[in-house]
Structures are given as structure tokens and as C-alpha cells.
Design a protein around this ligand. Structure first.
Ligand code: SAM
Length: 296
């Protein structure tokens, strides 16, 4: 077995199972040509792309095959990506090998635990998660309107001297993971979890925040008014996420600042250059805009 090259190990390991199932050599070769070329590995899990082992693999997928995949890719559990869907941004990852879907991703000194088949985790947001651990000033109060399992709040709580973080989240699976992650990372004392629709829960957070995170895609526009109301009267900083045309982030940023300026109240805003977080779809980017709001 080829020590270093996981692709060759995968082809050899899966090839053995196919030959063991009685496939002729040319049939094996035809299938092995369609092995996945990329996957994600973390903890004891290998996460295959949505397209992996579909179609003509249908009749040949078996526990033996998944064990061969796990062995070749040095993992214990095998899962396959699906669509991220609905308002709760639920994941439809399926477990192919292994019952337990609780996973822990350790990233920049933060442990993110969650149920792989219930909550999403976007590896591509790694730099933005790290940045959120660096932007907070000591003693600040932060409101995270779309907290999930703590993607942005945990790095703030673990890596900065933040005063307090208010996390709003309506997906019960994400809230369970968030509460566990706050304990595991030893930061539960500096965070309040507000379970439910932020249109309801954020009403109790008016005028408290120095900073608000609006980490919802493709648009967090429903949270703009909540975010402005959550800021202290002197103002603060908004981190507004969204999806912009790859060639024209500025147009999206102008839309965001335009919508904010239509809000009631005396304030001025100053927006930074939009930051590209990752590709969202062909020709579309996930971007974030830092907006400083100064109260009247
Ligand atoms: C999945 S996260 C976004 C992902 C995050 N930006 C990241 O870096 O991966 C968005 C979260 O907002 C939650 N959410 C969406 N609309 C909401 C609302 N109105 N009230 C509370 N939570 C909401 C979803 O359940 C989801 O967990």
C-alpha cells in the first residue's frame, strides 16, 4: 500500500473490495476512474464530497467499501456532504461508516463540536473566524445575531478580552452544540444564549452592543434593523456578511450601506473595503463588510 499518496491508497483499497465482489478488471478500472479526488479530513472523520460514490457505484457500495475508504484515508468514520438547506442552514451530511455523528473540529485553539448530520460547518470561513478573534477590544459587548454553533463567537470569547457575548440562534441542534462548546472551551461565563427567532430575542438587546455580527448567507438584511437597534447610542461596529458578484463587491457594499442609511435615527456610517471570505458559487463570493456606525 502506497504510504504517502492517499489517492493511490484509496484506489488500491477500494479496488480490492471490487475484485473481491467479483468485478472483472475492466469494470474495476471504469469505477476506480470515478473515485473522489478531494475530501476533507478532521478528527477521525473523512468527509466526502456530495458527488462521491454516486450513480454507477450504487450497487457496489457496502460497509466493506466504506471500511476500505476509511482505512485508505486513515479515518474511523466516513460521511458524505449534502446540500445545506432551509432557514436553519441545516446540513444534510450522511454518515456512511460510524453511528455517532458528533464531531469536534479544533481550529486556532478553539474546539467546535457539533452533529455532522444536523449543523453546517464551512471550512472556507477559517480566516474570518480567526479575524473575529482579533477585532474585539477589551470589555466590549457583542451581539451575534446568527450564532450557529459559535462560529464567530467562540474565537472572540477564547482569544479576546471581550466583556460579554449575546448569541442568538433558533436551530435547537445548533444551540445544543453551542452550549456544549461554551463549556468545553471554558467561556460559558461570558456568554448568554438567546434561543429563538432573533426578531423576538434581539428585542431584549436594544442599546447594549459595541459590535454586532450578522453572519447569515446569502443575505442578513432581515437583521439590519435589529443590529442597528442593538448598538449603544454612541454607535459601534457591524460585521455584515453577504454574497456579492465576484467582479463587483463594491456594488454589494453600496447596497448594504444604502439600506443601513435608510434606517431611522441620527447616525453616520463609515464602511471599510468589503473583505472576500471565500467563493460562494461560480462568479459569486461570500464577502463581509465592516461598518462603523457613529451615533448622533
Ligand atoms: C449557519 S450560521 C452561518 C454560518 C456562519 N456564518 C459560518 O461561518 O459558518 C447561520 C445561523 O443562523 C441561524 N438563523 C437564521 N435565521 C435566524 C433567526 N431569524 N433567528 C435566529 N437564528 C437564525 C441559523 O439557524 C444558522 O444556525
Amino acid at each position: 500500500m502506497h504510504r504517502e499518496d492517499p489517492h493511490r491508497r484509496l484506489a488500491e483499497s477500494v479496488g480490492e473490495v471490487l475484485r473481491g465482489a467479483g468485478l472483472r478488471n475492466e469494470e474495476c478500472i471504469a469505477l476506480l476512474d470515478r473515485l473522489p479526488s478531494k475530501w476533507e479530513r478532521f478528527s477521525d472523520v473523512v468527509l466526502l464530497p456530495d458527488s462521491a460514490f454516486r450513480g454507477e457505484w450504487g450497487t457496489y457500495t457496502s460497509e466493506d467499501l466504506w471500511r476500505a475508504v476509511a482505512e485508505a484515508l486513515k479515518s474511523e468514520r466516513v460521511a458524505r456532504l449534502g446540500e445545506i438547506s432551509g432557514e436553519m442552514r441545516a446540513s444534510s451530511v450522511e454518515m456512511l461508516l460510524g453511528e455517532d455523528d458528533w464531531v469536534v473540529r479544533r481550529e486556532s485553539g478553539v474546539d467546535y463540536g457539533y452533529n455532522l448530520t444536523q449543523c453546517m460547518f464551512s471550512a472556507g470561513n477559517v480566516n474570518e473566524r480567526r479575524r473575529m478573534g482579533e477585532v474585539v477590544d477589551a470589555g466590549e459587548v457583542v451581539v451575534d445575531l446568527y450564532a450557529g454553533i459559535g462560529y464567530y463567537s467562540l474565537p472572540m470569547l477564547v482569544h479576546s478580552q471581550v466583556g460579554h457575548v449575546h448569541c442568538c440562534e433558533w436551530n435547537p441542534n445548533a444551540v445544543r452544540a453551542l452550549e456544549s462548546n461554551l463549556e468545553v472551551n471554558g467561556v460559558a461565563g461570558s456568554c448568554t444564549v438567546h434561543f429563538g427567532d432573533n426578531q423576538v430575542t434581539a428585542a431584549n438587546l436594544e442599546g447594549v452592543a459595541d459590535r454586532v455580527v450578522l453572519g447569515l448567507l446569502p443575505s442578513a438584511e432581515d437583521g439590519y434593523a435589529l443590529a442597528m437597534a442593538a448598538l449603544r447610542p454612541v454607535g459601534g461596529v457591524l460585521h455584515v456578511h453577504g454574497v456579492a458578484a465576484g467582479r463587483n463587491h463594491a456594488a454589494w457594499a453600496a447596497d448594504v450601506t444604502g439600506s443601513l442609511l435608510e434606517m431611522e435615527g441620527k447616525f453616520s456610517i463609515d464602511a471599510a473595503e468589503p473583505l472576500r471570505v471565500k467563493s460562494y458559487a461560480p462568479h459569486w463570493d461570500h464577502v463581509v463588510l465592516d461598518v462603523t456606525v457613529s451615533g448622533g
